[in-house]
Design a protein around this ligand. Structure first.
Ligand code: DOR
Ligand code: ZN
Ligand code: ZN
Length: 451
């Protein structure tokens, strides 16, 4: 029998070990893993020349934009950037124009995405106005999770309305899907911004002084109360501080159903970058102190951190360079830097390859109930990235496939490059070029039913 594609001469990452072997792909799935001579014939045969093959990354925190914000990024450019970064599945955030917050808005977004995406794409929804619609958004719409911004009102539920939050959380608990949370206390942040404006402060430091670790912790404690009451599964996004991580660790030791994520920028940059680069290194939550960075790494090594995600948040250069910090749009692109930055940490010995795969593929699939992906196995989907561990290069945002051509990592020398990305068995990125037609990515829907 001839299969679609055979990848030979590889080092495969299989359940924590690196094995010299190859694999056969047919109908989008891995049909056989074996030493090269024992593989079946393939219509296409690719010799990966001894390079490492990892499961494609699952990035659970991506703002693909499109629709009313397509000038910042669209489904094609965003998923091209993902493929270029070795990411084979992205989870799209709901703060769009229009906000993804109903069955209709979710379906419309999926309709637009279909046929334009180069990697698999799953969707978050914000809470609807009527929490009774939550079940439908999951079972009929196929949202894989909800997103709650506690720092501003996005969607149908006011983050200061504890009763409404209780109801919404209770509803998600019934369906077993996670609520991902941007944890910053809205009252502390709004009061802080007001005070700074009155002082005439509009510098990057003012932003950092308002968006404090205390605001992060206060919101996490509120989430702890909510999940204790409702048993809803919660996922804390982009933890940025030692205190924040401690608050999550405490929740975990109390047995609450919580998971959490950190971004590469919070692991690798301090607030010095925000001070030096201004808007270009401004994101929310912002960069923190050396002590916080150390705290995040300690937590990662202790196993408190479940996931590393990019929080890819593209904006135009104009939006990143307002004269007042309060006018600057927060967020940076991350799809094309995450894997090289993490591989560099593996090279330096600060991260094991096992942890990298666990944090960027295995745990993301588990936490968000994505089946058949996140590891290399016979029967699983062929979502794969071929990595050249020896390749050194300088990060250069001008060559990003994302529309957002800036990065606080510009000029960083990294080691380890994704050189081929396969999505559903199809070669999508080859040495920095997109070689597949849009539509090779599929929309990943939550499997229906109570969970
Ligand atoms: O920095 C951020 N950018 N933080 C957010 O919460 C939103 C995001 C965006 O959508 O740009
Ligand atoms: Zn956020
Ligand atoms: Zn975000």
């Amino acid at each position: 029998m001839t299969v679609d594609t055979v990848l030979e001469n590889a080092k495969l990452y299989l359940r924590g070990r690196i094995v010299e072997a190859g694999l056969a792909i047919d109908g989008g799935r891995i049909t056989k893993i074996a030493k090269t001579p024992n593989l079946p014939e393939g219509s296409e045969k690719i010799d990966v020349e001894g390079r490492l093959i990892l499961p494609g990354l699952i990035d659970v925190h991506v703002h693909l934009r499109d629709q009313g914000l397509s000038y910042k990024e669209d489904f094609y450019t965003g998923t091209a950037a993902a493929a270029n970064g070795g990411i084979t599945l992205v989870m799209d955030m709901p703060n769009n124009e229009p906000t993804t917050m109903s069955l209709n808005s979710l379906r419309e977004r999926m309709r637009i995405a279909e046929g334009r995406i180069l990697v698999n794409t799953a969707f978050y929804s914000a809470f609807p106005k009527n929490v009774g619609e939550i079940g439908k958004i999951i079972t009929e719409g196929g949202a894989v999770a909800f997103k709650l911004y506690m720092v501003r009102r996005i969607g149908g539920v006011d983050p200061t309305d504890r009763e409404a939050l209780n109801e919404a959380f209770r509803e998600t608990a019934r369906f077993g899907v996670s609520v991902a949370i941007h944890a910053e206390d809205i009252k502390m942040i709004e009061a802080g911004v007001e005070a700074m404006r009155n002082l005439g402060r509009n510098d990057p430091e003012a932003y950092l002084e308002v968006h404090t670790p205390e605001a992060e912790v206060k919101a996490i404690r509120e989430v702890a109360r909510l999940t204790e009451k409702t048993k809803a599964k919660v996922h804390i996004c982009h933890l940025s501080s030692s205190a924040g991580v401690e608050a999550v660790s405490e929740m975990k030791s109390r047995g609450l159903p919580v998971t959490c994520e950190v971004t590469p920028h919070h692991l690798l940059l301090t607030s010095e970058y925000a001070k030096r680069l201004g808007g270009l290194a401004l994101m929310d939550p912002p960069l923190r102190s050396e002590g916080d960075v150390k705290g995040l790494w300690r937590a990662l090594h202790r196993g408190v951190i479940d996931i590393v995600a990019s929080d890819h948040a593209p904006h135009t250069l104009e939006e990143k360079s307002g004269s007042s910090i309060w006018d600057v749009k927060t967020g940076i692109p991350g799809l094309e830097t995450t894997l090289p930055l993490l591989l560099t940490e593996v090279y330096r010995g600060r991260l094991t390859l096992q942890s990298l795969v666990r944090l960027t593929s295995e745990r993301p699939a588990m936490v968000f109930g994505i089946t058949g992906r996140g590891r290399i196995s016979e029967g699983g989907y062929a979502d794969l990235v071929v990595v050249d561990m020896k390749r050194r290069f300088k990060i250069d945002s001008s060559s990003f496939l994302s529309k957002a051509k800036f990065s606080p990592f510009d000029g960083w020398e990294v080691r380890g490059k994704p050189v081929k990305t396969f999505v559903n068995g199809r070669l999508v990125m080859d040495d920095g070029e997109i070689v597949a037609k849009p539509g090779v990515g599929v929309i990943i829907r939550r499997m229906g039913g109570l969970g």
